[in-house]
Design a protein around this ligand. Structure first.
Ligand SMILES: [Zn+2]
Length: 458
């Protein structure tokens, strides 16, 4: 620790001298990585969040505890100013465990299917829903269905494209089936919906996610089925015309509740009115422990600031870490944050989000102006020794996206996402799936990028 401080004091003297910027920068980035890989705290922080609080859906008691946890954590690291920002969030509860089983054909009668209710879905209650299932691969097929869906259960079996190397792209190409599927099916008279889980693996774990209803169209219950069981149903429907299922869910939508974004700041020395923000979302689904989604993003954002502070770095601009609430089933934290930034005329130079898993960093994506991108991509060479030099255009993060129309440069942390959709939104998203070094390398990459933006601007 002491040695680090002395080194940084020495380098801060260099910063003021006429030395080439690139030498100063590469020394600083080395310091950041060195500190994190020898004195990192984010893995222990994640363990604490996952094992002592665990899953923390908006509105739940655990989400309240997570808010307190984030506030205390940042305070304990000596972040200058830590405070809460009020956010009203939807409060949806899964209730009793859902059940789903085959009713016909007779040879499979009683066979269970692994399912999870979709977030925001209405429940069936004890009476359940029963009906023949009709399979489609794409919502566009609905247009030609006429009356065929009346009193049936729609099975939307759309796969993530396995040929796309960017699994995040494969995911966002198909996630509309989950959000729009139930409302679309209800338009055609369906009584329930079962969607293939959004995962690029064949696994027995159902993956939940948000659905949305449309005013004036009946709200029908919706569940996600594991990819393994989706394959089973698909094969069965090729042999048998009449496949019938039964499912019951006990979800409920309650009144909105008051919750919070948690914000920590290190005040800028030269332009305190300019902000560089880094964040993740504090809420998670109500299954697993919200480890990769998005406990990792939260602990990395806190760590990114802690590293700079520990190294004695004096930022020119105000650095802000934000733990957003309610990304998963409403995005109210991100929307409220942007609204408040506008009301207070806060000038955000950049917003960085880590919400793609805590895996090995590959680089960053920037959604912003060409001018900013030219500057940004020029920095990538400094990240080469750390294997995180893929600086690309586009792709930021859901929570920061409402800042777009304030002209903020939006940046997404890009880890290797090949394994992300095996755990995403499942019981499997637990602390043991996160690797300490991968997580720390990500925190160091984020901290380094903040340093570059602060020092050089756009
Ligand atoms: Zn997330």
């Amino acid at each position: 620790m002491k040695k680090n401080r002395i080194l940084v004091f020495f380098f801060s003297l260099i910063l003021t001298g006429p030395i080439m910027a690139d030498q100063t920068d590469s020394v600083m980035i080395r310091q950041i990585y060195h500190f994190e890989l020898s004195e990192g705290r984010c893995y222990q922080d994640l363990e604490d969040l996952c094992l002592n609080i665990g899953q923390r859906l908006s509105g739940s008691k655990a989400a309240d505890l997570a808010v307190e946890w984030a506030k205390e954590k940042m305070t304990s690291y000596g972040i200058d100013k830590v405070y809460l920002q009020e956010v009203w969030v939807p409060y949806w509860e899964r209730g009793k465990e859902e059940k789903c089983r085959l009713v016909a054909p007779s040879k499979y009668k009683g066979r269970n299917l692994q399912v999870l209710a979709l977030g925001n879905s209405v429940g069936t209650g004890e009476k359940g829903v029963q009906g023949k299932i009709i399979e489609i691969q794409d919502l566009r097929e609905l247009e030609s269905m006429g009356q065929a869906l009346q009193n049936k259960i729609l099975f939307i079996n759309k796969k993530m494209d396995p040929t796309l190397v960017n699994t995040g792209q494969a995911y966002s190409n198909v996630d509309s089936i989950r959000y729009r599927g139930p409302a679309e099916a209800a338009r055609y008279g369906a009584t329930g919906v079962i969607v293939r889980s959004l995962s690029n693996g064949i696994n027995p774990f159902p993956h939940t996610g948000s659905t949305g209803y449309v005013e004036g169209i009946p709200k029908i219950p919706a569940i996600a089925v594991s990819t393994a069981d989706a394959e089973f149903l698909h094969d069965l429907l090729k042999e048998e015309k009449d496949v019938e299922i039964y499912f019951e869910t006990f979800c409920q939508n309650h009144e909105d509740k008051l919750s919070y974004n948690v914000i920590g700041e290190i005040r800028g020395s030269l332009h305190p009115e300019e902000y560089i923000m880094v964040g993740g979302h504090l809420d998670s689904w109500d299954v697993g422990q919200g480890a990769h989604d998005d406990g990792t993003g939260c602990v990395q954002a806190i760590e990114a600031l802690r590293i700079l502070k520990s190294l004695g770095y004096q930022p020119k601009r105000t650095l802000r870490a934000v733990m957003f609430m309610n990304e998963e089933n409403g995005l109210h934290g991100g929307k409220t944050y942007a609204e408040q930034a506008r009301l207070k005329s806060e000038k955000h130079i950049a917003a960085i989000e880590s919400d793609a898993g805590g895996f090995t960093p590959r680089g960053f994506g920037l959604d912003g102006t060409d001018e900013a991108f030219n500057r940004f991509s020029g920095w990538s060479t400094f990240f080469k020794p750390y294997l995180a030099d893929r600086f690309t255009k586009g792709g930021s993060g859901a929570d920061i996206s409402p800042l777009r129309d304030q002209g903020v440069q939006l940046i997404g942390f890009r880890p290797d996402n090949q394994r992300y959709f095996l755990y995403h939104h499942t019981h499997e998203d637990t602390f043991d799936k996160v690797n300490q070094r991968e997580l720390e390398l990500g925190a160091a990459a984020m901290s380094s990028l903040i340093y570059f933006i602060d020092r050089h601007g756009w």
